[in-house]
Design a protein around this ligand. Structure first.
Ligand code: ADP
Length: 686
């Protein structure tokens, strides 16, 4: 068991004080004893000396020692005068006792020698008196021969008795001092050492229990104050560390949480990856295209089901083959070239090639369109994935399409030829017919009855309609062959629009429609063939009237716009080639013809400009020039497009769609250039 500090101090001071007192007492008693003994011995010496001198005086007279009287009394007087002296005696030179004080005295011959102190003093043990300090002073006769000795002794017991008394005294004094010292040590040890150390211990315990705010108690001693300061400093640094640890702990917790979430995310990604890999495998297997995967050594390591079917080889057979031997097995045309192309595929890039081969199973010639792409695998090795699409039927379709295109081109050519031929061939007889009809209705009208006159009128109307169609056919034919005659004139576009509107006045009245003009002020002049332009705008306004229900409104708007230059499609040099569009914006006059009619479906908005194109069922056509939904030969917009294009302009239509119930309406836009290029082009044409 460990002792408390206080107990230790007590025990230590007890031991030290005891040892000190014991030592001190021993030294004190010992020195007292010595000094007392020496004092007694000196006294004995003096007494013995005095006696020996008295005896010497007598001996010097020539008497022998034995003859001297009264010496025993003198010896007795010595003993009586000093009670501490045990005996006084005189012996002769042989040691025989001659005179002595009253007994007890030691029989010297029987005394036992214990210790010699000096020439004259010995410690002897006499038996009856115990240890005795014996002083022997020699006596000489007149011849200076030894005559005897004076011996005085005192008992050691006397010394012991005195030393014991002295010891008691010393013990009493030192015991008191011991008690006082002990009490003082105890008091100061408690006040200045034990109590402050306890307080510091309490403080240390508080700190160890986690209270880093512990305050240093007030200390008396500097060292303990320093210790307290050190403890407080330790508490402060522990507090800071605690805060730091808490912060780090929080960060650690956050990091741990993040780690946990990333681990979970990683796990889900990993399982997602596993699923994706599975999915990739099954997708690859289920893919409609044949897929092969080749490794770094050009060995086919994977082939899907479609590859088995397409190449007519089992997967086991394909997957053991080198890609070169695979191509050879398929009797591929130009194996080296195909293999070379395969070898040049680098990661990140892809290459495609046409594979023509004969399927070994049924000797059928097939065409595959192979797309090769290289990837770098996990072991940094190149893998090439080849996706082969069966292009055999596509090739056939392409052939058929090419044939159909050629056929269409031929038919188109025939149509153009027919247009030219028919218009020319119809024009002459029609002129003759109309001439005769004119003659009939003017010169021979009185010879014709009412019924015949009505018939002539019907024939005249039909002929005029036919003549119009023939004229349109002729115009289209001339526009196609670029043989149309144009007269270049500078004209105000607003004026053109007004004149076109004037021309359709009767039609508008018939259909109870109104026309609204929104003409931009100060438009620049344009150069064009006025009649042809009027014809084009007239066709557009005519269509607007035809496809707008009775009571509807037609709007004609003009404005100046800026747009990129239109390709100069009709210049000699760009024949058959795509014309370049000049950079920058150029001024154009825009004429917009908007109606409130049936509208045009989006898919028809381009095709209506083609020759003879009619939307819907021809049976539904009504006749009449301006009747609702009446249609002509499908050449009106072709002429518009041809005329506008030959002037370096553009025409298009915008409409939300076709609906005969809601009447969404359509807007035709014509843009004509106002730059110098327009007249130049026209001059070229002229
Ligand atoms: P047509 O002279 O027979 O009318 P077009 O070339 O002028 O032939 O027009 C071709 C077709 O375009 C018309 O049959 C008609 O269906 C459609 N179309 C032209 N203009 C309009 C319009 N303003 N609104 C609705 N449809 C139109």
């Amino acid at each position: 068991m460990k002792l408390s500090l206080q107990k230790r101090i007590l025990i230590f001071s007890l031991v030290v004080l005891t040892l000190t007192i014991a030592g001190n007492t021993w030294f004190s008693v010992d020195s007292f004893r010595r000094s007392y003994r020496d004092g007694v011995l000196r006294r004995c010496e003096t007494l013995a000396g005095g006696l020996s001198r008295q005896v010497k005086v007598v001996l010097d007279l020539g008497l022998s020692l034995k003859e001297i009287n009264g010496l025993s009394e003198k010896c007795q007087a010595v003993v009586e005068n000093d009670p501490e002296i045990a005996y006084c005696l005189i012996e002769d030179d042989s040691g025989s006792l001659l005179y002595h004080s009253n007994p007890p005295y030691p029989r010297m011959l029987h005394a036992e020698f214990v210790e010699n102190f000096s020439d004259q003093v010995n410690l002897i043990d006499t038996g009856s008196l115990g240890p005795v300090y014996d002083l022997a002073v020699p006596l000489y006769d007149f011849d200076d021969d030894l005559a005897g000795r004076v011996r005085i002794g005192f008992r050691n017991a006397v010394l012991d008795q005195l030393a014991l008394e002295h010891l008691y005294q010393a013990l009493v004094v030192l015991g008191g001092a011991f008690a006082a010292m002990f009490a003082l040590i105890l008091f100061f040890a408690r006040r200045d050492l034990v109590a402050p150390i306890r307080k510091l211990c309490d403080m240390a315990e508080e700190i160890s229990a986690g209270n880093f705010q512990a305050q240093q108690p007030l200390m008396r001693s500097r060292e303990l104050n320093v210790l307290g300061d050190a403890l407080e400093g330790m508490a402060r640094s522990l507090r800071e560390r605690d805060a730091e640890i808490k912060r780090n702990c929080k960060e650690l917790e956050e990091a741990n949480y993040e780690l946990q979430t990333s681990y979970e995310r990683l796990e889900s990604i990993s399982s997602e990856l596993g699923r994706s890999r599975e999915m990739y495998r099954s997708l690859l297997d289920e893919a409609s295209d044949a897929i092969l995967v080749c490794d770094e050594d050009d060995m086919i390591i994977m082939a899907n089901k479609s590859a088995e079917a397409f190449f007519g080889l089992t997967r086991m057979h394909i997957e053991k083959m080198n890609y070169f031997s695979f191509l050879e097995t398929l009797s591929c045309g130009d194996v080296e070239k195909q293999f070379g192309r395969y070898q040049t595929v680098r990661p990140g890039a892809s290459a495609d090639t046409e594979l023509r081969f004969v399927r070994p199973a049924d000797r059928k010639a097939l065409i595959g369109w192979a797309v090769m792409s290289a990837i770098v695998g996990r072991d940094r090795k190149r893998l090439v994935q080849i996706i082969i699409r069966d292009a055999t039927s596509e090739e056939e379709t392409r052939h058929n399409l090419e044939r159909a295109t050629r056929e269409l081109e031929r038919l188109n050519q025939m149509k153009n030829t027919f247009l030219g031929l028919a218009s020319h061939e119809l024009k002459t007889p029609l002129t003759i017919i109309m001439g005769y009809l004119e003659l009939l209705s003017s010169e021979f009208s009185d010879q014709l009855d009412e019924h015949a006159q009505d018939m002539v009128k019907q024939i005249t109307n039909a002929s005029e309609r036919l003549a119009e169609i023939v004229r349109d056919m002729l115009d289209v034919s001339m526009l196609d062959s670029k043989t149309i005659d144009l007269v270049s004139q500078v004209v105000d576009p607003n004026d053109l629009v007004r004149r076109a509107a004037d021309k359709v006045k009767s039609g508008l009245e018939l259909r109870k429609q109104t026309i609204h003009l929104e003409l931009s002020e100060s438009l620049p002049m344009i150069r064009c063939d006025v009649d042809r332009m009027l014809q084009a705008i007239g066709n557009l306004v005519g269509n607007a009237i035809k496809f707008t229900p009775d009571g509807g409104m037609i709007s004609l708007r003009t404005r100046l716009v800026e747009r990129p230059r239109l390709p100069e499609r009709f210049s000699q040099e760009s024949e058959g080639r795509l014309c370049q569009v000049a950079e920058g914006l150029f001024p154009y006059v825009e004429i917009a013809i908007a109606d409130q009619g049936i509208g045009i479906a989006e898919e028809d908005q381009d095709t209506i400009f083609e020759k003879f194109y009619e939307i819907g069922d021809v049976e539904e056509h009504s006749s009449g020039k301006v009747a609702f939904r009446s249609r002509g030969a499908g050449l009106g917009l072709t002429i518009v497009k041809g005329v506008v294009a030959i002037h370096g302009g553009a025409v298009w239509v915008e409409s939300p769609g076709h609906d005969q119930e809601t009447m969404p309406g359509s807007t035709f836009f014509v843009q004509l250039p106002v730059t110098e290029s327009a007249p130049e082009q026209m001059a070229e044409q002229e």
